[in-house]
Design a protein around this ligand. Structure first.
Ligand code: MTE
Ligand code: MO
Length: 382
């Protein structure tokens, strides 16, 4: 069993698949803290967790003039400044189960917690590429940076992905080769000893257990770059889908969800108030500027209080580099006597992008980019 050496996991996680391991925290736990403790951080593995010896670990960098260069873990820690980035990672399949309820889709049945926020520390990918020979001459022809994991399928093929060159080398991209998560060495499930963190971009490109990096004129030919993680129109089905016709997902659209109360919860109305909590995030470094909440199925809206990053003792991010989510909260009087309430949330990002109201216009056969208004229905008891 190639999974026999997988690590132990926290029992509170909701498991979507055991082998490979895929699990998410209960929503209430997810928004208990701005920084998600690593044990509760959602886990999305396509393959067995590789056993990597940190002492013999080597990162190979290819495709630059002068040939391949390798870096040990020690090199990454000592030859480059250590950089901290608080960044939210979201799986492209987050909230797939809601889209599936509209009409069946293919993929793991994620709830609303395939998203988490951590403080990542490591070397900047930009610095490592510069040390390996990247320069203006390379920028003339190169367009993409590939990452390969040390996790392999039965045929020996590694997990892989790529990102646009500009995101990788820009001073504002904040792409990390992280060796710490929340101030500790990265746990095995999250990429020990080194993972890529591509802030603002779909989780699939933040390659864990990274063993190889290559600068290229082409996108990665990996299955996960070419034949998965793409968006399609609602009319495309498995007979008509043409993976070459759609671009790979990189930056994600604006997202938000209600983590408390849970759908179907019984609410005690005795104090006359209701508190609603959730998260909101957008891709591409676009900051969430507002979250609207309705307690009456969308007839009226109130603005939630955004719990800002200074709760985590962090300065606000520079414009265009808002990589971390916002937690939000609204306490409001319960609407006039009702036995049932439909609570809705929707976020607005700094480009004034908004979430779509419903799922049918964004439905796609893989259930990706599932970001319609989030709705929960609760029952009121006296
Ligand atoms: N990297 C490797 N090597 N293997 C993987 O299976 N899964 C990707 C990405 N990086 C994956 C990987 C996907 S789809 C997501 S959403 C994120 O890792 C999840 O990161 P996490 O498990 O730390 O939450
Ligand atoms: Mo993912």
């Amino acid at each position: 069993d190639p999974y026999s050496t997988d690590p132990d996991r926290h029992p509170v996680l909701r498991v979507n698949s055991l082998k490979p391991f895929n699990a998410e925290p209960p929503p209430e736990i997810l928004t208990d803290s701005y920084i998600t403790p690593s044990a509760f951080f959602f886990k999305r593995n396509h393959l067995p967790v590789p056993q990597v010896d940190p002492a013999s670990y080597q990162l190979q960098v290819e495709g630059l003039p002068g040939g391949a260069v390798t870096f040990s873990l020690e090199d990454l820690k000592t030859r480059f400044p250590k950089h901290d980035v608080t960044a939210t990672v979201q799986c492209a399949g987050n909230r797939r189960s809601e889209m599936d309820r509209e009409k069946q889709v293919k993929g793991l049945s994620w709830g609303i917690s395939a998203i988490s926020n951590a403080k990542w520390s490591g070397a900047r990918l930009r610095d490592v590429l510069l040390a390996a020979g990247f320069g203006p001459d390379v920028a003339q022809w190169a367009r993409h940076v590939h990452f390969e994991g040390l996790d392999k399928d039965v045929t020996g093929a590694a997990y892989g992905a790529s990102i646009p060159l500009n995101k990788a080398v820009s001073e504002e991209g904040d792409v990390l080769l992280a060796y710490e998560m929340n101030g500790e060495k990265i746990p095995p499930d999250h990429g020990f000893p080194v993972r890529v963190v591509v802030p603002g971009v779909v989780g699939a490109r933040s390659v864990k257990w990274v063993g190889k990096i290559a600068v290229s004129a082409e996108e990665s030919s990996s299955h996960w770059q070419q034949y998965d993680y793409k968006g399609f129109p609602p009319g495309t089905d498995w007979n008509t889908v043409d993976y070459k016709s759609a671009p790979a997902i990189q930056e994600l659209p604006v997202q938000s969800a209600i983590t408390s109360p849970a759908d179907g919860a019984l609410i005690d109305s005795s104090d006359g108030f209701l508190t609603v909590k959730g998260y909101a995030w957008s891709g591409g470094g676009r900051e969430v500027v507002r979250v609207d909440v309705s307690l009456d199925g969308g007839q009226t809206w109130q603005v939630a209080k955004l719990r800002s990053s200074d709760e985590a003792h962090e300065a606000p991010p520079p414009p265009g580099r808002a990589w971390a989510w916002k937690l939000w909260e609204l306490t409001a009087p319960l609407p006039p006597p009702a036995q049932e309430l439909e609570i809705i949330c929707k976020a607005v990002d700094s480009s004034y992008n908004v979430q779509p109201e419903t799922f049918p216009p964004i439905w796609n056969l893989r259930g990706l980019l599932s970001n319609a208004w989030h709705r929960v229905t609760v029952k009121i008891i006296e």
